[in-house]
Ligand binder design. Structure first.
Ligand SMILES: Nc1nc2c(ncn2[C@@H]2O[C@H](COP(=O)(O)OP(=O)(O)OP(=O)(O)O)[C@@H](O)[C@H]2O)c(=O)[nH]1
Ligand SMILES: [Mg+2]
Length: 367
């Protein structure tokens, strides 16, 4: 199962354009409008280490890590109203691990803004309201259920239900004060309890401000300012031009770099979105290398070697003996695994070793 990010935003903000640029899909833009079916696609995670090892090993195949993106094509408000496929789309959205809110900042008289004018702060506020509204509806339903459970509960079950009721009260009070759940202070235990609820406002959030080409030279400064203005835990603002990103995604690396340099940028907006997605999801990559395949594998930060082995195959996790591990820098310096062994840089690690970002791993297993 891959981790997924859901794209939300007001109609016509450029959601599908950005989805296409991220995933290389070619979904129809402009007028997807009413909720029908969601677009789902995979984005490849850019990784310099993978490029370096591909040069070194010249493998038959290079496989980057991937993240799944979901463009539901309707506002949260529309989905929450229900009817048609809305309920199904809302369930799909509830299942993602993080959200991207696309906010329109590009001017184009041919494409009317649903609220009549461009206003980034207003649109961010509106989306926060929609998301809070959807979470409040879940809380209301839960209140009713807890209340009836309490009536029929055995004495030993009551404290847990009362604690949950109390938590729902606090979540609701703060949501009504415009504080999304991701910004609310909760204990680890409460955080854990909330996982099952799939609250939208509890998910990490990337706000993409979709600017027009004319403002591209100001994008870096804008991004710094907006990140200061909207600095919140598990939230990041990225400023990019969706239309341009779509064009850039078709170019080779060298042409892309030339273009970016003109605007004083080091990375495309999409690369920054994918990287931020990776970070907000708490992911790191370990690598496997060899003549057949050089590959990056996403794992959550703090994963043990045995758990990481399971990403490749459940047999390797079950029959785990040991992991041969070397940092990517060390291996690049050595040039070959044999040389790394000779220099004593290849470490043997056990089940509980905590995998580090960029570790090159060979699992020894027995099935
Ligand atoms: N000028 C300009 N137009 C853009 C930009 N990004 C998207 N558009 C245009 O805006 C229109 C809407 O873009 P979409 O990507 O379809 O937006 P959406 O949010 O998916 O819209 P719906 O799903 O139709 O509600 C399309 O005609 C796009 O070509 C941009 O950066 N600049
Ligand atoms: Mg769309």
């Amino acid at each position: 199962m891959s981790l997924g990010i859901g794209i939300i935003g007001l109609s016509g903000s450029g959601r599908t354009t950005i989805f296409n640029a991220l995933t290389g899909n070619n979904a129809e833009t402009g007028g997807f409008g009413a909720a029908s079916a969601a677009h789902i696609g995979m984005a490849k995670v850019p990784d310099d280490r993978l490029d370096a090892f591909t040069k070194l090993f010249n493998p038959k195949k290079t496989t980057p890590a991937e993240i799944q993106y979901l463009d539901v094509g309707a506002s949260v408000k529309t989905l929450a109203k229900g009817g048609g496929t809305a309920g199904q789309l809302l369930t799909q959205l509830a299942g993602v691990d993080a959200l991207i809110n696309v906010v329109r900042a590009f001017e184009d008289p041919a494409i009317p803004h649903p609220s009549g004018s461009i206003d980034v702060a207003r649109d961010i506020g509106e989306m926060n309201l929609e998301v809070a509204f959807s979470d409040l509806a879940i809380i209301e339903k839960r209140f009713n259920r807890i209340a009836s459970s309490i009536r029929g509960a055995k004495p030993e079950e009551k404290p847990r239900l009362l604690a949950e009721q109390d938590l729902m009260h606090r979540l609701r009070d703060q949501l009504e004060k415009d504080i999304p759940i991701r910004e609310q202070k909760l204990t680890e235990e409460e955080d854990h309890l909330l996982v099952g609820y799939q609250f939208l406002s509890a998910k990490p959030l990337i706000t993409i401000v979709n600017i027009g080409e004319a403002h591209l030279s100001r994008s870096k400064q804008m991004e710094i300012e907006l990140n200061q203005k909207f600095a919140q835990p598990n939230h990041r603002v990225i400023v990019l031009c969706g239309k341009l990103e779509m064009d850039l995604s078709g170019l080779d690396k060298a042409s892309k770099m030339d273009f970016l340099k003109e605007y004083g940028l080091e990375q495309t907006g999409l690369e920054r979105v994918i990287q931020a997605s990776y970070e907000l999801l708490g992911l790191i990559s370990f690598l496997t290398v060899g003549p057949d395949e050089v590959r990056a594998w996403p794992v959550t930060k703090g994963s043990t070697a045995q758990k990481a082995a399971g990403k490749i195959h459940s047999d390797i996790e079950r029959g785990f003996i040991r992991a041969e591990v070397i940092g990517h820098k060390e291996l690049l310096e050595c040039g070959t695994i044999a040389e790394a062994k000779k220099r004593g840089l290849l470490r043997l690690e056990g089940k509980t070793y905590v995998v580090q970002d960029g570790d090159v791993i060979n699992f020894l297993f027995n099935v």
